[in-house]
Write a protein that binds this ligand. Structure first.
Ligand SMILES: CC(C)(COP(=O)(O)OP(=O)(O)OC[C@H]1O[C@@H](n2cnc3c(N)ncnc32)[C@H](O)[C@@H]1OP(=O)(O)O)[C@@H](O)C(=O)NCCC(=O)NCCS
Length: 219
């Protein structure tokens, strides 16, 4: 578990903190809008209780929680259980920060390989995973019971190798240079981050699951 990690993005600093119970209200607000079958509060609580085998983090911009991630640690292999970014903050590299952090945590805990499941139709998330060297390794049929969608199983192998360290360094070096993409390619509900600060605006693994009886990145 990393207590605190900081990333400098074109749009400002993003701080990653170990997820705590006090963060769950904000986490659930995001969870409820990004996933068709949101995890329950009690599922998050039970994940947080398994401190030795889990690493959950929140991403904060200023003091606002804008995303979160979850990792199950199992020796050589680590499993991304969830990753999500507030729709208003998508395509600003918060997901990249969360995934880069998960890779580092997995590596520091002795894992060589990282896996996850993603909805076959979720091409945006898959594009992010490809960037991190994840490769398709199979399909889990009807994994997402709520919609009957299949999951693509992906693996990033050799995250502890010098080659992978180079890939990660490249991703991190590009973070600060990135610029927000055109509005047409942002997620639903995107709000210009500058506008949020202007006056006048307020402002399972292996159990209960997001899919197929197995907790997995919600697709
Ligand atoms: C998937 C998710 C976490 C990505 O977070 P994000 O902060 O928007 O991702 P980033 O800004 O770091 O994206 C990095 C790169 O991934 C790819 N990518 C991310 N989202 C994309 C999308 N919707 N469409 C196409 N490419 C996308 C792009 O290559 C992007 O780089 P670019 O913006 O310079 O083109 C976010 O879209 C999300 O929360 N989705 C809903 C929940 C979900 O599907 N989680 C994944 C479950 S497996």
């Amino acid at each position: 578990m990393v207590k605190k990690a900081e990333f400098e993005l074109a749009s400002g600093r993003v701080t990653l903190l170990a997820m705590r119970r006090r963060h769950l209200r904000a986490v659930m607000r995001i969870e409820d809008v990004v996933y068709p079958k949101p995890w329950t509060l009690s599922l998050f609580l039970s994940e947080l209780a398994q401190r030795d085998m889990r690493a959950y983090h929140v991403a904060c911009s200023a003091s606002r929680i804008v995303g979160y991630s979850g990792l199950m640690l199992a020796g050589e292999e680590a499993h991304v259980t969830t990753i999500a970014v507030d729709p208003q903050w998508q395509r600003r590299k918060v997901g990249t920060c969360l995934l880069a952090n998960m890779v580092k945590v997995a590596k520091s805990r002795g894992s060589s390989n990282l896996t996850l499941e993603v909805r076959v139709a979720n091409k945006g998330a898959q594009a992010l995973y490809f960037e991190f060297g994840f490769q398709p390794a199979g399909i889990r049929k009807n994994y997402y019971s709520e919609t009957g969608e299949d999951a693509l199983i992906m693996w990033a192998c050799g995250i502890d190798t010098p080659e992978y360290a180079e890939r990660l360094a490249g991703i991190e070096a590009r973070l600060a240079l990135s610029r927000p993409p055109p509005a047409s390619s942002r997620g639903p509900g995107y709000v210009d981050p500058g506008a949020l600060d202007r006056p006048g605006r307020s402002g399972n693994p292996w159990g209960a699951a997001r899919g197929g009886g197995v907790i997995g990145a919600g697709g």
